[in-house]
Ligand binder design. Sequence first.
Ligand SMILES: Nc1ncnc2c1ncn2[C@@H]1O[C@H](COP(=O)(O)OP(=O)(O)OP(=O)(O)O)[C@@H](O)[C@H]1O
Ligand SMILES: [Mg+2]
Length: 352
Amino acid sequence: MPLLDIRNLVTSFHTPGGRVPAVDGVSLSIDRGKTLGLVGESGCGKSVTAMSILRLVSAPGVIESGSILLDGAGGAVDLVSLPEQELRRIRGGRIGMIFQEPMTSLNPVFTVGAQVAEAVLLHKGCSREAARARALEMLKLVRLADPERRLDEYPHQLSGGMRQRVMIAMALACEPDLVVADEPTTALDVTIQAQILDLLADLRRRLGTAILLITHDLGVVAETCDEVAVMYAGRIVERAATEELFRQPLHPYTIGLLAARPDPDMVLRVAGGSIVRPPLVTIPGMVPAPDHFPAGCRFHPRCAYARDQPDADGPACSAAVAELLEIEPGHFVRCHYAGRLGEPRPVGMVRS
Ligand SMILES: Nc1ncnc2c1ncn2[C@@H]1O[C@H](COP(=O)(O)OP(=O)(O)OP(=O)(O)O)[C@@H](O)[C@H]1O
Ligand SMILES: [Mg+2]
């Protein structure tokens, strides 16, 4: 059984304008000690998926259906239905969290040491001295420079990269089975990004932590993930081992994402004095908003391979919803014509 098994998760926001199904039937699983990358354009539902795992989706969002099974010594528990009190023990205990902007998770009025120690105290119930010693040990583990001094400093006294290390220290302090990392390096310079990703990979090897890594960056996925899930308009459209996905993408959306990858030699660019990655060259058109998902395959209006009419091979893409099917062992695709796409239309003919 996988460590985490998400089945048919539906999370929606009930807004004055109506129901917004941001996550609409997502199934994913992560094995112990493995890293799963979750990729997709802005607004496709990655963060809502992550927040659903921790049941931190705020009102008006609700998990409407599905299950999120976390396997453990006493068998699996369903995080969707677990009493809040038990869930609080799992958050920051068996599941650690790292977010894009550490300042939203770090409390400005407490020292770094106090916050890491608090995370340990909350879940391990040890003495204050032991918790402080553990905090120091964690700051060393995440290779924070001058850890003894940093222990007594406040978050604002640290750089962005240092704060992210502190977040990682907090997330790992209780030796979680799973870390959910939502764009953990997006706000950082590219050199610091690389250091943080190395650090995560190293910690994973040493501690055996599984990681759900949410990112826009396919380069990061290629370097760090065992498996990749590609999300589009609230659903998983493709899932495979990383090598397989890069070697043989089968969903037109994944093909587009890979084709839009920046040339590795062009990645470094000096902008405003700092080095950043250029944004992805995007696929024509935009991700539809959850209250305007198109019928049939949700990608069809942007798809260079979409069929307007049903034929002997299959249905019209605008008419029938494709299921996520295992096309080859371990390679799942949600496309009526996966593996037999035919010729793409010229980009100018992509309908919007
Ligand atoms: N509080 C909310 N109320 C209504 N809709 C929301 C709310 N929070 C998120 N959504 C919608 O849910 C969808 C998915 O959002 P989500 O934050 O998961 O995207 P994402 O894939 O993480 O994007 P990004 O890459 O920009 O972080 C979006 O269309 C967003 O507008
Ligand atoms: Mg997000």
